[in-house]
Design a protein. Sequence first.
Length: 94
Amino acid sequence: MKVIWSDRALRSLAAIHAHISADSEANAHRVIDRILKRGDQLSTFPFSGRIVPHPRRKNVRELIEQPYRIVYRVGSDNVEVVDVLHSARRTQWN
């Protein structure tokens, strides 16, 4: 399966990087690298994340890369990373 990062997810990664790099550019790079590597696993294991509680749909899932949630949708031939959120935030997905 192909992993596609939505524009929203890419903007979130840029915001995470900007926030962390205010303190440490090296830490910002490490965090983004961890998130991207975690997302890459979805090409092989698209159902490895848990179903997002709200709404409870089998194709909307999330992986945790502390303290971030990688929210994604599983399609027939690809996985779309919808967003990357701090785990303290609650968001509903359509």
